[in-house]
Design a protein around this ligand. Sequence first.
Ligand code: SF4
Ligand code: MG
Length: 266
Amino acid sequence: MPSQIIANNFRTNRLPHIWCPGCGHGILMHSIARAIEDLNLDKDNICIVSGIGCSSRASGYFDYNTIHTTHGRALTFATGVKLANPNLHVIVITGDGDATAIGGNHLIHSCRRNIDITTIVFNNNIYGMTGGQYSPTTPTDDKATTAPYGNIDKPFDICELSAAAGATFVARASAYHVNQMLSYTKKAIMHNGFSVVEAVSSCPTYYGRKNKKGSAVDLIKLIKENSIVTNDTNKAKETDKMPIGIFKDVTLPEYTNEYKKLVEKF
Ligand code: SF4
Ligand code: MG
């Protein structure tokens, strides 16, 4: 018997999901369903848009309006959906490669426009689906299929990038910090503007194995040990830990409202 949340929010005939045992993505997907359930949103008013990658498979499991689009382009489809029907809660599920490499351009411009879309970036620091290549968030010196001797690039901080580009709600949670994941996702969905939740995930199959991080549980424990729950990013920098918190929450003119005003004016 599926739990009430699974029965209410998922296409149970598509389950079980295809993610590897121990992958953090299932925890994050469940948190999004719980957030929608807690907010008591009408399922017909939700549209999940995803790109390509392990994380983006989530759109196939939710029992809402869903679109599984092309690599890096989820935000362009989502922008079209939102402009066509501004009443929808549009939620983009994407990964670190999808959102910050091939889709990096779309991410920064969606932030700049402040369009009312919630973007949840499942960040596992690697390309999982295509075989473990390093992504723009793979830490320096970490190994990947395409960096067998260690990555010499410096990683993006997705939260800092999004805040600097103009997103009006920016937060980070993880597959370990499930309470924060639930709470920030709810706030992000209800925020009127472009919101980004970086959801730190774990990929035991590629990132974990390439970097000899131990079991799937060890990988989740590492997220716990390497992070600090605080909204103060300066305080986190003093501890050299990754902050888990809400880093930006401001109200600014929202894109579809501005567009509507313009249409009415002329
Ligand atoms: Fe998860 Fe990695 Fe497996 Fe993809 S390859 S399903 S990210 S564990
Ligand atoms: Mg990834």
